[in-house]
Design a protein around this ligand. Structure first.
Ligand SMILES: NC(=O)c1ccc[n+]([C@@H]2O[C@H](COP(=O)([O-])OP(=O)(O)OC[C@H]3O[C@@H](n4cnc5c(N)ncnc54)[C@H](OP(=O)(O)O)[C@@H]3O)[C@@H](O)[C@H]2O)c1
Length: 401
């Protein structure tokens, strides 16, 4: 942190910490502090978090900050040390302010203005329990059963009954990437149309984390997949990787332009219509994919990675009775009980334990050093992802105890 930057923060009343957790400024911005929670004894190292105050370009609005340690967890709460938290596309959209959900505004961190900690998914380890918590124990690995909890931090206090323990058989990466993309894949495969064993599903964005989960879960449901990805220099390597995961066929969007492709696909499906298409990217490539769907098919859109609108020929609706759907996991969560969410997660954990659902290709960014260094690390990770074709799910891990 530059001298000027630090001086500015101090002027604004931030309770800035150095990396070793020594408070640099003892005077608290009391008017911005939740004093009731502060009356409990502190219990962990300094709180370190990625935060933003205003929505906008992540490279402009995101910063890394250190704060006083969290208070001990209150009644019904657990304190987690976050072990890993992925950067998902929706986290970026949340920071940009273009996603219809936001983490809660944090007024308890001593900042002059409320701040937001992004991060919708992650794996935490219980380090301390508040009074009245009986279903968890210290050391349990847990994932979030609630949305937008702010996982891009090293510690958090959170309602214990919103957490889902994941046991000790799956990897940290599997746990940290368990609660959004695999459930999305499973629910989309299961809930829009009842497919018979052997039927094909076609999807784009097939190398995304959701797409990789679709590739692996579909065979568990007796289904086959045709998978569409973007062209790239190492396309053969990507195709081999997806086939090894369980993809039946992988094509690039460019290959869809081949005149004979419909015939080839007919040959693969034995002439049976494809009745489920999963759309991760929208734009023109999805128009082309939709033309490959058969009569009475369902096109489920869950992402718009191309940032282009979805445009579909009217004839698909009139003559082929296409049905279009949108899917939003958080809406499904809202419409279902905690029991249903846990059952869903448990079903996916069971697939992971059987080796049927592997962790996505990934890179763990160890956030270590001063706030400036961590900020740079996060900005670099976001820049890498934004460039496209990165091929790895990036997960954040704060160094520490
Ligand atoms: N609706 C829901 O409930 C729900 C739940 C989970 C996820 N999602 C959405 O699903 C999508 C994928 O999420 P994820 O975590 O699986 O993603 P991810 O692992 O980060 O992968 C991103 C994917 O998007 C592709 N992509 C990026 N920019 C693109 C572009 N301009 N044109 C075409 N493809 C592009 C990437 O392809 P390259 O490798 O070629 O760059 C990659 O396949 C996101 O939009 C996310 O918000 C929605």
């Amino acid at each position: 942190m530059s001298y000027l930057h630090r001086a500015l923060l101090n002027t604004l009343g931030f309770r800035s910490m150095n990396v070793h957790g020594v408070r640099r400024r003892s005077q608290r911005a009391l008017s911005f502090t939740d004093t009731s929670s502060r009356s409990r004894p502190y219990s962990s190292g300094p709180l370190r978090a990625i935060i933003f105050e205003q929505s906008g370009d992540p490279l402009k609005v995101l910063s890394a900050r250190s704060f006083e340690p969290l208070p001990s967890p209150g009644q019904g709460e657990a304190q987690l040390r976050m072990r890993l938290a992925p950067i998902n596309p929706s986290d970026i959209n949340v920071i940009q302010g273009v996603y219809p959900a936001k983490p809660r505004a944090r007024t308890d961190m001593g900042t002059p203005n409320p701040v937001f900690i992004p991060g919708n998914e992650g794996l935490g380890e219980v380090v301390k329990l508040g009074a009245g918590v009986v279903d968890l124990k210290v050391g349990d690995r847990v994932v979030m059963g609630a949305s937008q909890t702010g996982t891009w931090s090293n510690y958090m206090n959170i309602k214990a009954d919103s957490l889902i323990p994941i046991g000790d058989k799956i990897s940290d990466v599997q746990g940290a990437t368990l609660s959004i993309n695999p459930p999305t894949a499973l629910l989309m495969l299961r809930h829009f149309v009842t497919l018979s064993p052997g039927e094909y599903v076609i999807q784009n964005g097939a190398n995304s984390a959701v797409g990789q989960a679709v590739i692996q879960i579909a065979p568990k449901l007796g289904l086959k997949t045709i998978n569409l990805v973007r062209e790239r220099p190492d396309i053969d390597q990507l195709k081999s990787y997806l086939v090894a995961l369980g993809a039946h066929h992988v094509l690039t969007y460019d290959e869809l332009g081949d005149r004979s492709i419909r015939e080839t696909i007919n040959h693969w499906t034995g002439g049976k219509p494809i009745r489920l298409g999963l759309n991760c990217v929208s734009g023109k490539d999805t128009t082309v994919m939709a033309r490959l769907l058969g009569n009475d098919a369902h096109l489920v859109s869950y992402g718009a990675m191309s940032k282009a609108p979805l445009s579909l020929p009217t004839s698909l609706f009139i003559f082929r009775n296409l049905t279009g759907h949108g899917f939003l996991l958080s809406k499904w969560f809202d419409q279902h009980s905690g029991h249903d969410r846990r059952s869903l997660v448990m079903e996916l954990i069971s697939m992971m334990e059987q080796g049927a659902l592997k962790e996505p290709a990934n890179e763990i960014v160890l956030l270590d050093g001063s706030d400036e260094i961590i900020q740079r690390q996060v900005h670099q990770a976001l820049t890498n992802i934004e460039a496209g074709g990165y091929g790895k799910k990036v997960l954040l891990k704060f160094a520490g105890e």
